[in-house]
Ligand binder design. Structure first.
Ligand SMILES: [Zn+2]
Length: 349
């Protein structure tokens, strides 16, 4: 009891990531917030890549436009996304610009793409802490992680994973008015896990996100008796029904959680929200220097002046067939069982 009490921070310190679960914020030890460090690094990179650069890329999604997707600097897209990088270089080799990219993947929704573009520009996404992403049972962060993996965006995947870790660590569904940091016992809704289980990525054999959800479901029962009491009276019935209905109707689920309400105590230490295990679910980020990146592009003929419009087509089929060089990227998003560390072992950073 006392050890879990001492883990609780006095107050969330970083206003743009209210529910930060980085080690410094959790321990409230005066160290630098890892999320804030990432943000500063991101903004510096954006500054370098967009200086004196007027070339923008417009993203187009299937169907009629439902969302105003503000064009984004081409260099930002190419720097942060392996897929966009190859697209840009391929266009350049053919003497074309990358002013438009058409996606044909029906699974990409405009809101998610808008969040991705916002993140590219600002290093953040808009999160409504009060009434949406944390309190309601949604799968937005999980969807964005999948999008990051699809477009080979390691930094964005980690940004999303930190939000996912926070979502399953903070007890915002609980009866208390004030959300509490509640590792290993915060109740969670079925939408996120079900989304991940039913939307396994074609591009990644066993993703870090699916490994996270698998471990979550096998180490922490959402309906464990003492957790049910943590859910407020108003939400309890809907919460329980949602789990029963949705898990029971999904034949893909082999998880013990669908059959039993008791936690296997020996597996509790596997809880993926344990801060010591969090590193297992973060993607390794290749060391890329934005100055070098720009230099290399200009050597290859990258022009920053206004270019003629060239429509580039992009298909889901292309995304799903990894070539040899793509596999390096995909590997980063995969969960390797060899990475499995027992509690107490140093997680990879
Ligand atoms: Zn932090």
């Amino acid at each position: 009891m006392s050890s879990s009490q001492s883990q609780k921070p006095q107050a969330p310190r970083y206003e743009s990531n209210k529910y930060c679960v980085c080690t410094s914020c959790i321990n409230n030890d005066g160290g630098q917030c890892a999320t804030l460090v990432e943000l500063e690094k991101h903004l510096k990179t954006v500054g370098i890549l967009t200086a004196n650069d007027a070339q923008l890329t417009q993203i187009l999604l299937p169907g009629p436009p439902t969302h105003d997707l503000t064009p984004c600097h081409t260099t930002l897209l190419a720097f942060f996304s392996g897929v966009m990088d190859r697209e840009l270089r391929d266009n350049m080799s053919k003497g074309r610009s990358m002013s438009r990219i058409q996606f044909f993947n029906q699974k990409i929704c405009a809101d998610d793409m808008a969040s991705l573009l916002t993140w590219c520009r600002t290093g953040r996404i808009h999160i409504d802490y009060d009434d949406s992403d944390f309190q309601d049972d949604r799968c937005r962060f999980e969807r964005l992680w999948n999008l990051a993996a699809m477009l080979e965006m390691p930094e964005f995947a980690n940004f999303c994973m930190r939000l996912i870790l926070a979502k399953y660590s903070w007890n915002v569904l609980g009866a208390s008015e004030t959300p509490a940091l509640d590792f290993q016992s915060a109740p969670y809704g079925p939408t996120g896990p079900l989304f991940v289980i039913t939307n396994q990525l074609d591009v990644v054999r066993h993703s870090r996100l699916s490994a996270f959800i698998e471990r979550l479901l096998t180490s922490r029962d959402p309906l464990q008796e003492d957790l049910v009491h943590a859910v407020s009276n108003g939400k309890r019935e809907a919460y329980q029904n949602a789990w029963h209905d949705r898990l029971a109707s999904n034949i893909q689920l082999n998880y013990r959680v669908a059959e039993s309400r008791t936690v296997d105590e020996s597996k509790v230490d596997n809880d993926p929200t344990n801060p010591e295990l969090a590193g297992l679910f973060l993607v390794s980020v290749p060391d890329r220097d934005p100055d070098q990146f720009r230099l290399e592009l200009s050597r290859q003929g990258y022009q920053t002046a206004k270019n003629t419009v060239a429509k580039t087509k992009y298909t889901q089929r292309t995304l799903c067939v990894p070539s040899r060089d793509k596999q390096v990227f995909y590997k980063a998003f995969e969960y390797d069982p060899a990475d499995h560390r027992e509690l107490g072992a140093a997680p990879p950073r």
